[in-house]
Design a protein around this ligand. Structure first.
Ligand code: A2P
Length: 276
């Protein structure tokens, strides 16, 4: 199947390296290590999620691994992403440590968490992690269009994803277009605005009309925009609700109305205010 195409069930897409990535993931940013994280991951797997997105910086890889093992779902049926914390020096060595914490032989995707120190220095180590089989795919996060370009100039193995803050309110249209044009799939983190966007009355109006929830509308918008989407929740009923997004469609008018909520001016920047 060609890059960007969806699989037959419409729940995964093909990345530029030929691997398949489930479109919906549970994100576990700000979920504490221990029972809270283990429960969230277990409930997600029970609800049909097959993609979990963690990071070295989140401090909860061990819980993700434990929940995966306890779930009874086969390792090869779950897509696991972790991220290189760029305050460390060696992506290859840190990948090995992640694998130990997760208790798996490889992750499906390993991404540079943010371009601290510039967009290219970590890539050799990322490529080694890939070559040695620690990660099936490699990618980046929080990269602007120019940073993606700078990396593509020197990369032997190209990044297959760029994970950025993305929602109708942060509809980084130029960044999305630049990534797609370069074969880099965009992953949307904080698709609910870390909860803020759920209270917007324009989102609520669409949700009410469709007899859906604001969270489902925001997640569905991301899917219809061709994104991989990573909503976070630690509540079982919300985790389940957020997965009920493949049985309805937004009209093109509703997608356009949501597009109109953008406050970034359609930027090609990944963030308004970098934290590093
Ligand atoms: P909680 O984890 O307590 O369920 P984002 O994915 O943009 O980071 O947003 C996550 C935030 O949105 C969290 O505060 C989460 O709360 C909340 N949230 C996630 N899903 C839902 C939902 N379906 N309904 C209400 N709040 C939700």
């Amino acid at each position: 199947m060609a890059t960007g195409e969806l699989t037959q069930d419409g729940r995964a897409r093909v990345l530029a390296d030929g691997t398949e990535i489930p479109l919906l993931a549970l994100g576990v940013w700000q979920v504490p290590e221990g029972p809270v994280c283990e429960n969230a991951v277990r409930w997600a797997l029970e609800a049909g999620y097959r993609h979990i997105d963690t990071a070295q910086a989140y401090g909860n890889e061990a819980s993700v691994g434990r929940a995966l093992r306890d779930s009874g779902v086969a390792r090869e049926d779950v897509y696991i992403t972790t991220k290189f914390y760029p305050g460390s020096r060696d992506p290859e060595a840190e990948a090995q440590r992640s694998l130990e914490r997760l208790g798996v032989e490889s992750v499906d995707l390993y991404i540079v968490h943010w371009p601290q120190g510039g967009p290219t220095w970590a890539w050799d180590g990322m490529q080694r992690a890939h070559e040695n089989g620690y990660a099936r795919s490699i990618g980046v996060s929080n990269f602007n269009a120019a940073e993606v370009d700078a990396l593509l100039k020197v990369a032997e193995v190209a990044p297959v994803v760029n994970q950025v803050q993305f929602s109708p309110f942060e509809f980084r249209r130029d960044l999305l277009a630049a990534c797609e044009a370069r074969g880099v799939a965009l992953e949307a983190y904080s698709p609910l605005g870390t909860g803020r966007h759920l209270r917007d009355e324009r989102v609520a109006e669409i949700a009410e009309r469709l007899d859906r929830t604001p969270a489902q509308v925001l997640i569905r918008w991301a899917l219809q925009r061709g994104l991989i989407v990573l909503p976070k929740s630690t509540h079982r009923e919300r985790i389940e609700q957020n997965a009920q997004v493949f049985d309805f469609e937004l009209t093109s008018a509703d997608v356009a109305a949501l597009d109109g909520l953008d406050g970034t001016g359609g930027t090609d920047q990944a963030l308004e205010q970098p934290w590093w």
